[in-house]
Structure formats: structure tokens, C-alpha cells
Design a protein around this ligand. Structure first.
Ligand code: IPE
Ligand code: IPE
Ligand code: MG
Length: 241
């Protein structure tokens, strides 16, 4: 670990990140938005490694939201091409580094060729143990909760679930993140301070750290500093101070 990084016992088990600011970074550099996304994907690679080295167990990255489909078609096409390239070129390295990959989101909306690459990557890395990388792609938290509600309603209709069995645990178990602990720390870059339909249920007691840097400028050192800030927080879960 680098000097000044927190001790392993205080590392959050699950870190969720909203990787925001690629477009604004690109504009400042006089580059295309897509060049910003390209640089952003390189930063993601470094941060995944830093998280694994620090002993984080789960890292969830918001890479593309349900609402992002409404962006200019050229940007959406470019992002899908970048994602395809990322999966084609990075999965082997991730696998060798012990990363287990999983995608959460509305899979049926993703192009078939990308879906196939995702399924291959998930199968290949399924038993890896170093860190779990969860990529939120075509992800919207409200859609996820609606989907869970619909699945439970279906089970009630089929007499496989009683209405009184619809508990917090049961709802959690029907989310994409059913077997993942809730995030301990949420980091959002770019200076915006909002959730943008990310993990609404799972973030109930998560600590938020907002970083005033565009994602392409975010470094492993910034990541470790966010963990330091987290370490200084007192989590109360509703109990008295
Ligand atoms: C985050 O950067 C990446 C995606 C949403 C795909 P943005 O593209 O939102 O960048 P800004 O917020 O416009 O600067
Ligand atoms: C959230 O960022 C989604 C991702 C980082 C992938 P956005 O840039 O889409 O969110 P808003 O529009 O600022 O809320
Ligand atoms: Mg943005």
C-alpha cells in the first residue's frame, strides 16, 4: 500500500462510485465527449486496482444509467463501442488479477454483442475472489425496485409467497444486488451532489463523499483519501449519538 493509506481494518467492504464529469473534463481539454469517456475508462481501470489493493471486497461503478439512453445517439453509440472494446481487451487482465465481474441493470436493453461478452466475462470470472466488480450498465434504481415488486407480485399470484412474507429482506433478495452487502461508502466525482437514480434502496445508511474533481482527473490517491474521510465518519444507523 502507498504511504498514508488507511489500515486494512478500516477499509469499507463495499464502495459504490458515480463516475461523473467525463463530458465537462473533455470540454475543458477541447476534446470530444467520447475522448472524455475513453479517459474515464482508463481511470476506472486504475481505481479498480487501487480498491483491490486496499482490500475493498466489492466495488460498484455507475457506468451507464437508464436515463443515459436519452443522450445524443452519437454519444450512446460511442459509449457502447467503448464498452465493447473494454470488455474485449480488459476481461482477461481482470480475470488474472482475481476480479469477479458482474453487471447490474436492464440487460435486455443492451446490444446483443455486448450482452454476449458480458455473459462470457461473468462465466469466466465467476469463482474469482480478490474483489467483486459490479458494473451498473443501463441501470436505474427505480426500475430495479419496480422489477423486484413485480417478481414478488407474480409469486403471490402463484401462491409461492404470502403478502406478509414481503419484508425488507425479501425485497432486498429480489434486487440485482441480492447477495451483495449494502455499500459502506458512496463516492461521486464532478462536484454534483445527487444520487441520479443509483442504488436508492441499498444506500439507506451509506456514507457519501463528494469529490470536486471530474472523473478523468480522479486518482488512486483521491480514492484512498475518500476512504480516510469515510474512516473519520461515525455511523449510527439511527441510534443516539
Ligand atoms: C459520466 O460522465 C459518464 C456517463 C454518464 C456515461 P458524463 O458524461 O455525465 O459527464 P458530464 O457530467 O456531462 O461532465
Ligand atoms: C450518472 O451521471 C450516471 C453515470 C455516472 C453513469 P449523469 O451525469 O447521467 O447524472 P445527472 O444527469 O448529472 O444526474
Ligand atoms: Mg454527468
Amino acid at each position: 500500500m502507498t504511504k498514508g493509506s488507511p489500515s486494512l481494518s478500516h477499509v469499507p467492504q463495499h464502495v459504490a462510485i458515480i463516475m461523473d464529469g467525463n463530458g465537462r473534463w473533455a470540454r475543458e481539454q477541447g476534446l470530444s465527449r467520447l475522448a472524455g469517456h475513453q479517459k474515464g475508462s482508463e481511470v476506472a481501470r486504475d481505481i479498480i486496482r487501487a480498491a483491490a489493493d486496499a482490500g475493498v471486497g466489492y466495488i460498484t461503478l455507475f457506468a451507464f444509467s437508464s436515463e443515459n439512453w436519452r443522450r445524443d445517439p452519437d454519444e450512446v453509440t460511442g459509449l457502447m463501442a467503448l464498452l465493447k472494446h473494454y470488455l474485449e481487451t480488459e476481461v482477461e487482465t481482470l480475470h488474472q488479477e482475481g476480479v469477479k465481474l458482474r453487471i447490474i441493470g436492464e440487460r435486455h436493453l443492451l446490444p446483443n454483442n455486448i450482452l454476449a461478452l458480458i455473459e462470457d466475462a461473468e462465466a469466466k470470472t465467476r469463482t474469482n475472489k480478490k474483489i467483486e466488480l459490479i458494473m451498473a450498465l443501463s441501470y436505474g434504481s427505480r426500475a430495479e425496485i419496480v422489477n423486484a415488486a413485480r417478481e414478488m407480485a407474480q409469486k403471490v399470484r402463484d401462491r409461492r409467497l404470502e403478502p406478509e412474507d414481503i419484508t425488507e429482506e425479501a425485497l432486498s433478495a429480489h434486487l440485482y444486488t441480492s447477495d451483495v452487502p449494502d455499500p459502506d461508502l458512496l463516492i461521486r466525482t464532478s462536484g454534483e451532489q445527487r444520487i441520479s437514480n443509483y442504488l436508492l434502496w441499498q444506500l439507506a445508511y451509506t456514507e457519501f463523499v463528494f469529490v470536486n474533481k471530474y472523473w478523468p482527473n480522479f486518482t488512486p490517491q483521491d480514492f484512498l483519501e475518500a476512504i480516510e474521510v469515510y474512516h473519520g465518519r461515525e455511523r449510527r444507523y439511527g441510534t443516539a449519538a
